[in-house]
Design a protein around this ligand. Structure first.
Ligand code: SF4
Ligand code: SF4
Length: 387
């Protein structure tokens, strides 16, 4: 694995550092805070309401035992840890949130929000299950207007069109910087580990100034391009892996770090926060509410049926990132990704003729050995496949 820089911060360290920032912003300037859980949340509305948005997704075992007092054991760990942290008052971000803005994505999440709504004001947007029709876009547009009203009502503020256009522009700049950093993975050999790259990008969720996020991503991208030119260009590459499937913050060490410790390199991320989602900007030339509806409905998540955009994204990314093998991460009891896995396997192995490994796991460390063995066997297979 490419060594981590001395000033590297893990995701949980970045998350902890953010606690103090958010506390200061709340106490000193009275900033309102909105907790979010999903890539479908139109966060520009929150910025336009002059509030901060923060991800409340659980990414560790903490909270799971508390959650299981109310929720079934056989539920996705992301849902259980998110709810458990809230229920046990163990998450400062939840504590500081004035409200939650959520969506009806998978069944587990939407039913969990009914319980979460007893702890904190929670507005749930009704997400259509299909993204390809005018009716779906119109429904989502009406939900965006409803979310605007909920934010205005709960935060005692007004969202103006001017503030919304400013927020859209700023978020588009952040997305472009994020894509530029993700696209460092296209360099061969890649000058950064996937572990570090994904950590830097996901940790920007705990920076609450748009300009700070932009500066952090732009300067790291610049450094990496220089490092590539000076030390990597023309050298051999390790096997290049694309990650697909569920959000992986809770299993980053167990899976991403392990893949790289065993000699391969994770260069591409085809999941809901990766480049395939970020490269789609909000159209700044049309009605901003319609533009938000269109952009957010275009996210390729397995909660959509059908989810054809995921296969288009896989095709493009496999080609552009010169991928040697695909590893899918499925969190326990995530039915939508688990079922869609069959289509992904057929696409990768039959149409793209690449090795494919699907790992089902949770946030515990009990299967670490088994996961490492499966990754090791998979990487041996990549090394021996003639291409
Ligand atoms: S995988 Fe789907 S439901 Fe889960 S956070 Fe991403 S977009 Fe939302
Ligand atoms: S990983 Fe799957 S089950 Fe878990 S919250 Fe996301 S869509 Fe729902």
């Amino acid at each position: 694995m490419i060594p981590l820089p001395e000033n590297f911060e893990t995701y949980s360290e970045a998350r902890k550092k953010g606690f103090l920032k958010i506390m200061d912003m709340k106490r000193q300037v009275g900033k309102k805070v909105v907790g979010v859980f999903c890539s479908y949340t139109p966060v520009e509305l929150i910025s336009a309401a002059n509030a901060i948005y923060v991800s409340l997704c659980g990414s560790g075992e903490e909270g799971i035992s508390s959650a299981e007092k109310h929720l079934p054991g056989n539920l996705c760990p992301l849902i259980k840890s998110s709810y458990g942290l809230a229920l046990s008052d163990a998450c400062p971000y939840f504590y500081f949130s004035d409200m939650i803005l959520a969506e009806t994505t998978c069944d587990g999440k939407k039913k969990m929000y009914e319980l979460m709504g007893r702890l904190k004001p929670t507005h749930v947007m009704q997400l259509p299950h299909n993204a390809d029709s005018e009716a779906a876009e119109d429904l989502w547009l009406s939900e965006i207007y409803r979310a605007k009203e909920a934010l205005e009502h709960t935060l005692h503020t007004a969202i103006t069109e001017e503030a919304l256009r400013t927020a859209i522009h700023q978020k588009n700049l952040e997305r472009a910087a994020m894509v530029r950093l993700y696209e460092i993975g296209k360099l061969k050999p890649c000058p950064i580990s996937g572990y570090e790259l994904s950590t830097i990008i996901e940790s920007t969720a705990f920076m609450f100034s748009g300009n700070q996020k932009l500066a952090a991503m732009e300067s790291r991208a610049e450094e990496l391009i220089n490092e590539y030119e000076q030390s990597y260009k023309g050298k051999p590459s390790r096997p290049r892996i694309l990650i697909t499937g569920c959000p992986f913050d809770g299993v980053r060490d167990k899976v991403i770090k392990k893949i790289e410790a065993l000699g391969a390199q994770v260069v591409a991320f085809e999941n809901c926060s990766g480049p395939r989602t970020q490269q789609s900007l909000v159209d700044e030339t049309i009605n901003p509410y319609r533009a938000l509806a269109r952009r957010y409905l275009g996210i390729n998540c397995s909660v959509m049926t059908p989810n054809t955009g995921r296969f288009e994204a896989l095709e493009t990314m496999i080609r552009d990132y010169q991928i040697d093998g695909v590893i899918e991460i499925i969190l326990h009891c995530c039915h939508t990704y688990a079922i869609e896995s069959q289509l992904v396997k057929e696409f990768v192995t039959e149409q793209r003729r690449l090795p494919f490994l699907s790992l089902t796991t949770d946030y515990s460390t009990s299967d670490s050995g088994q996961i490492a063995t499966r990754i090791g066997a998979f990487l041996e297979m990549i090394d021996t496949i003639p291409r």
